[in-house]
Structures are given as C-alpha cells and as structure tokens.
Design a binder for this molecule. Structure first.
Ligand code: PMP
Ligand code: GLU
Length: 396
C-alpha cells in the first residue's frame, strides 16, 4: 500500500503534457507544442565548455551538499549586481533546480496546522508541494485588471494566527504578471506585522518586456529581507532546464535547515552542472537580451492572434514566456459528441483532434483558461494558432 501522501499526489501537469507531446511526436505526429515552459534556445557555448572542462578535470565527485563556494560566490555577486542585495555564503544554497529549492524550503518552514497564502493563478507545483508538508494552501484570487497582483488589503482578509507564509512569483507563471514597488511594500509590511515568511520565486526575473524592471521584495527593506527567501535558478535565464541548478537566498537558519534536508536526500547538485552554472552567472550575459527580444516578438504575435478569436480575452504578459487566455466563452459549446465543459476537455480536444498541446487553466487555479508557452519557435506558434482558430470555428 502506498502512503496517503503519495496517493494524494498527481504528477506535475506541465511535465505530464510535455511527456505526452514528446511521445506523440515520437510516433511521427506533427504536434504544435505549447506545453512545458522551457526556452527553445541552446545553452550558450561557454557554459557547455565549462561543463566539458569540469569532466576533463575530473570534477566528478561529491561536493558539499549545499553547493560549492565558487558557485555560492557567483550567486552572491548576482544578487549584488542585479538586486543590490548582500548575502553571505551561509545565506545561500545551491539545489537541483529552482523546484528543488522550493521543495526544500517548504519542508524546512511549513508543517501540519500551518496555512500558506498562494495567489491565483499559481504555478502548478505550489499547492501540492505545500500539501506534502502537511500545511494547507489558502488560495487568494487576484484580478486581471490589477495585473493579477495580490494586494495588501485583500491579503489581510486571509491572514489568521495559522498563516505562516505567502508565495509570490513575479514575473509570474502562468499569467506573466509582475509586482510593482508600492504593492510589494504593502505586502512586505503586512508580512512583518503578521510574522510571515515571504517566499519570493523570481526565476523569471530576467525575462521582462517593455518598460517593466524587476524589483525584488527583499531589496525594499531590511525587515522584508530578514523574512524573505528568494528562490531562483539558471533554467530560464540561460536556457539550462536540463542541467538542474537552482538556488535560494535567505536567513541563515532557514538555509541551514534546507541544507540539512538536502544532505539527507539528494546530496549535492551535479558537480558538472555547478561548474556550468558558475560560467552562466559570471560569464557573458548576451543570451539574455537575445532571448528577451525574440520572446517579445512572439508574445506580441501570440497575444494579438489570441485576442482575434471571438469571445477570447488575454492579458498581455509583462514577463516570463506564457500566454494565459480566457476561453470561458467557449465552455458549454459542443464538439463532435462532447460538451466542452472544462479547460481539461478543451485541452484534450486540442491535443487529440488538432494536434496542439496546451495546459488546462484549472491546473493553475483558473477554470476556463488555457496556458500556452511561447518559448517555442515562431513557426510552431503560427501553426498552433491556426489550429486553435480552426478548432474554435468547429465548436458549436
Ligand atoms: N518556479 C516557477 C514559477 C516555474 O515556472 C518553474 C518552472 N520550471 C520553476 C520554479 C522551477 O524551475 P527549475 O526547477 O527548472 O529551476
Ligand atoms: N515550470 C515549467 C512550466 O510550468 C516547466 C515544467 C515544470 O517544472 O512544471 O511549464
């Protein structure tokens, strides 16, 4: 018999759709894939060379469980350079991906009886990861007209003596929304007043568009920094999703607890990938503007195409690489012998009959929406959107 925890857990829907998409492609089907969010760029050459050098130098043994000092120093430099934040080595941990940093963190600070505030729409893995600790995710609705930012006044209504933390993700997956300074200040003050941890997932920090510039909540006030754990990683910034390097910065006692959990579970992140991550953080940063320019072109195209579909509305993302259109007007229509009663049915039809892979909005807490990653080529985007439009024309 399985544990209750394992029985209650489903696989990550984004990764499941990614796997399904790849399996269908392997069967020879021409699938337009808007599934998992990973840059379609190659990892830059100097990063790959650093990994090859690590292998040739036999840098292939266990490292300290929480990562090697030169990589911690590269992370410290990154926070100084980009966010004006000062951290010491014992305030940094290197993990096996940003997801792993979040997992370790939740294990370290949440437990049965705790409540954790999660703004909706949320990244798919937050609620299951919180539940695995025994804590309860408390979902807080946000509004498109407020850039999907949770506001201080709204948060207040959800805070009680059990509330232990709040998860902020900006730029966000799936909406591409961001947080502005004034609002971050209000949220920070509320966290101080109520003794809450702030989990600040800033993995899409570098992928922002137009005039928006990312500000980390930890940089706004020392009292915010003292209760914030920033979770980050190299996956999205440097097209390194498969290398599995993430990192977190926060109070030393929290980082220590995370390191203990890591040392009893995975041990160190891959030694070779750690060397590659040093090259990524310390080396030339020119891949970033190249990716951002390309993503921006794709964003502009995909959003205007989605908005041209009758009944569909779509927020224009200010960061990350996802479009999150509202297809509620389509729910209730029929296709062949099916009623499209949910975003899950819609995505099933799109995949099976129109060979287009998207993620159901319900997985992000928003029924009636779907998520499309535009970290894929313009050709795929054009083809996929033609197919979605054709599908909608066939719905009655
Ligand atoms: N946070 C968010 C919001 C994400 O979308 C992702 C996507 N992978 C992650 C964390 C984790 O990324 P990774 O484990 O590849 O660093
Ligand atoms: N974060 C990406 C996504 O949401 C990659 C898959 C995952 O880690 O869930 O698609």
């Amino acid at each position: 018999m399985l544990s209750k925890r394992a029985e209650a857990l489903k696989p990550s829907p984004t990764l499941a759709i990614n796997a399904k998409e790849k399996a269908l492609k392997a069967q020879g089907l021409d699938i337009a894939g808007f599934g998992a969010g990973e840059p379609d760029f190659d990892t830059p050459e100097h990063i790959k060379q650093a990994a090859i050098k690590a292998i040739n130098d036999n840098f292939t043994r266990y490292t300290p469980a929480a990562g090697i000092d030169p990589l911690k120093d590269a992370v410290i430099e990154k926070f100084k350079r980009d966010n004006g934040l000062t951290y010491k080595r014992d305030e940094i941990i290197i993990s096996c991906g940003g997801k792993h940093a979040l997992f370790n963190l939740f294990e370290a600070i949440f437990q049965e009886g705790d409540e954790v505030l999660i703004p909706v729409p949320f990244w798919v893995s937050y609620p299951p990861m919180v539940e695995l600790t025994g804590a309860k995710p408390v979902l807080v609705e946000t509004e498109e007209k407020e850039d999907y930012q949770v506001t201080g006044s709204l948060l207040k209504k959800y805070i009680n003596s059990k509330t232990k933390g709040i998860i902020l993700n900006y730029p966000s997956n799936p909406a591409g929304s961001v947080y502005y300074r004034e609002n971050l200040e209000k949220i920070g003050r509320l966290a101080v007043e109520n003794n809450l941890y702030i989990i600040s997932d800033e993995i899409y920090e570098k992928l922002t568009y137009d005039d928006y510039r990312h500000i980390s909540i930890a940089s706004l006030d020392k009292s915010f920094k003292d209760r914030t754990i920033i979770c980050h990683g190299v996956s999205k910034t440097y097209a390194m999703t498969g290398w599995r390097i993430g990192y977190a910065a926060g109070p030393a006692h929290v980082i220590k607890a995370m390191s203990n959990i890591q040392s009893q579970s995975t041990s160190n992140p891959t030694s070779i990938s750690q060397m590659a991550a040093i090259a990524a953080l310390n080396g030339p940063q020119d891949i970033i503007p190249i990716m951002v320019n390309e993503f921006k072109k794709r964003r502009d195209f995909i959003i205007s195409e989605l908005r041209s579909i009758e009944g569909v509305t779509c927020y224009k993302p200010k960061g990350a690489f996802y479009a999150f259109p509202n297809f509620n007007a389509i729910l209730g229509k029929r296709y062949k012998d099916k009623t499209i009663e949910s975003s899950a049915t819609l995505t099933e039809i799109l995949l099976e009959d129109f060979h287009t892979a998207v993620v159901p909005g319900a997985e992000f807490g928003k029924e009636g929406y779907i998520r499309l990653s535009f970290a894929t080529s313009m050709d795929v985007i054009k083809k996929g959107l033609e197919r979605i439009k054709k599908a909608v024309r066939e719905f009655r």
